[in-house]
Design a protein around this ligand. Sequence first.
Ligand SMILES: CC(C)(COP(=O)(O)OP(=O)(O)OC[C@H]1O[C@@H](n2cnc3c(N)ncnc32)[C@H](O)[C@@H]1OP(=O)(O)O)[C@@H](O)C(=O)NCCC(=O)NCCS
Length: 173
Amino acid sequence: MILRTPRLDLREMTEEDLPALRAILQDPVTMTAYEGAFDEDMVRTWLQRTLDRYRDDGYALWAVVLRETGEMIGQCGLTVQHILDEDVLEVGYLFNRAHWHRGYATEAAAGVRDHAFESLGADRVYAQIRDTNITSMNVAIRLGMTVRGRFVKNYRGIDMPHLAFAVDRPSAV
Ligand SMILES: CC(C)(COP(=O)(O)OP(=O)(O)OC[C@H]1O[C@@H](n2cnc3c(N)ncnc32)[C@H](O)[C@@H]1OP(=O)(O)O)[C@@H](O)C(=O)NCCC(=O)NCCS
């Protein structure tokens, strides 16, 4: 177990999470900001990269489990990303569409933000968000993030304008 929030447990993903991962990564609506649904190879590559990051970095996107049912309803965690010409720590969040609009993404991401500050000693946590992804921006705003700049990210061969959101470690932490 990596961390707990009032309603959620965050733990490392395994091969057994592939069905729950497919439900997220193969849903075209969920994957709008990623330019569409993933095929099976892309899902397996995503999982393998996540497992490699656990081994190499000690963190990556974690499985978000609804404690009440034991179901994996999303992914949320930390990765190193190149944002505004620097390698920085980013909080990422992608949830199964059946579980949107209940505050789970904000709850998980707030736990991950605090984990970055308190357990990893991070001074700042970023979120890189495509300029069309308003729901994700609202999560970032609820995390206390502000816009630090804009940049273009090339993903799946497409230039995508992004905003760099970030929150700084509170001085009391
Ligand atoms: C980004 C994403 C995770 C946001 O999901 P979300 O459901 O909007 O965010 P939350 O889970 O934090 O839910 C917030 C909503 O729940 C509502 N809510 C309901 N019950 C709540 C509760 N008990 N506590 C808090 N909020 C609650 C909030 O009012 C808010 O409402 P709104 O959607 O009308 O603004 C989701 O849209 C997603 O998975 N998108 C696809 C992947 C993606 O683009 N990821 C981001 C890449 S940068």
